[in-house]
Design a protein around this ligand. Sequence first.
Ligand code: UDP
Length: 459
Amino acid sequence: MEPGTDNSKKLLTEELVRRFSRRGARRARLRRAVQVLLWLGVVQTAALGKRAVDILAAALIGTLFLPLAFPLWLWSKGHGQGLVRKARLGRWAVPYQEWELSIPRTGVGRIALMAHLNALPALWNVLRGDMSLVGPRSVAPGEVSMAEHLVRRRHNVRPGLVCLWWIRQRANIAYGTEAESDAEYVDTRTVKGDLAIVLRALPAMLYGEGIASASDEVAILGMRIDNLTMDETLDRLMEWVGGDTPRQLCFLNADCMNVAFRNTRYREVINHADLTVADGIGLKLAGKILRRDIRQNVNGTDLFPRLCAALEEHGGSVFLLGAKPGVADAVADWIRERHPAARIAGTRNGYFTPEEEPEVVRQVAESGAQLLLVAFGAPRQDLWVAENLSRLGVRAAMGVGGLFDFYSGRIPRAPVWMREIGMEWVYRLIQEPRRMWRRYLVGNVVFLWRVLAQRLREG
Ligand code: UDP
């Protein structure tokens, strides 16, 4: 072979490689451009979709409610009130004027306010594009600092008539911060999700205000309740864990109330516990009916991850006692995975004979745990804690019902949207109808009946 041929072959190969790589680069550029265009298109279509839904829905609701809104406006005007405009910050923090119907707080006005008819004129803002049906709460200029604007990403979207935080506050499950809720909405919003939020807002209206100016202690059906928020409860528990006196916390839900109604000892235990907190939507409704607002739904299942985080941060170890064999161990694994620095002093299942009881007590005491979670179901767990507290060697103990079953993954917990409409109990009923029908279908009615009777007695 001649060297020249070899050389020309090499040149040819190099030329081909160059050409192909040029073509490759061109193709890559083209592909990237198409991707960007597609992405812009999708975003644009989604935004247009949301805008279209906003306009259609606002026009529809506006038309439907006009026969109600017009006389209401005339009536309010007759009482020296009527249409008002409030300065608000919209998308990209651009100021706008939000319309509102100022309604007197008397007679029909009160009902109209409860149904949020005062917000009807803001539908005009939705039509104009200042607002959206769903979005973060509209804020007044100066209400949120510049730093917060950035953190919250809330101004990436139009403010909404209905917002996720508002729904959670009403269902008493607004545990995090409004900023977190806003960010969650902005990051995950879809037109379908917005429609779901609108639907969830309907039952939320029924539940009334969120954390209101409520008293620190309330009595419902003769039971004393410490009216604390989730954060306050957590702070108290951590104080106990760091202290030197054993203390007991009880979660009180509508079913517990029914049990306590016929079980005197249980009633005593709850009323003498160091803390008794209101658990579930039933108690919130009872508080509403009896005009004793319940600040927050403080249930063990929502408290638990926060408690593990606090143990991790401040120290203190936990003993998990209860549920079927293997379940408490699976919960311990859950803690180890998510909160590796939280110490687990021991675990044991909740199926033992009365003869084995002293040994169970000894096991907890010898573990050196500061905190004890007992999952035997109510009322047994709370009675057991009260009976044995002084021998258990722990600083804080509480009955947590089905919590271990949820965190071990044995039973799935109701999705957030169901909890937001106060229907977690329906989910549990569907999961175990044979065990739960009496508790929920009969129990809830009996409970509400007793609450109504108390209200009538109180006048
Ligand atoms: N359990 C137990 N020992 C018993 C009976 C029940 O450890 O002798 C457990 C049961 O396995 C379940 C929990 O107690 O994990 C009770 O759950 P339930 O859903 O009844 O509690 P709730 O939250 O409704 O009070």
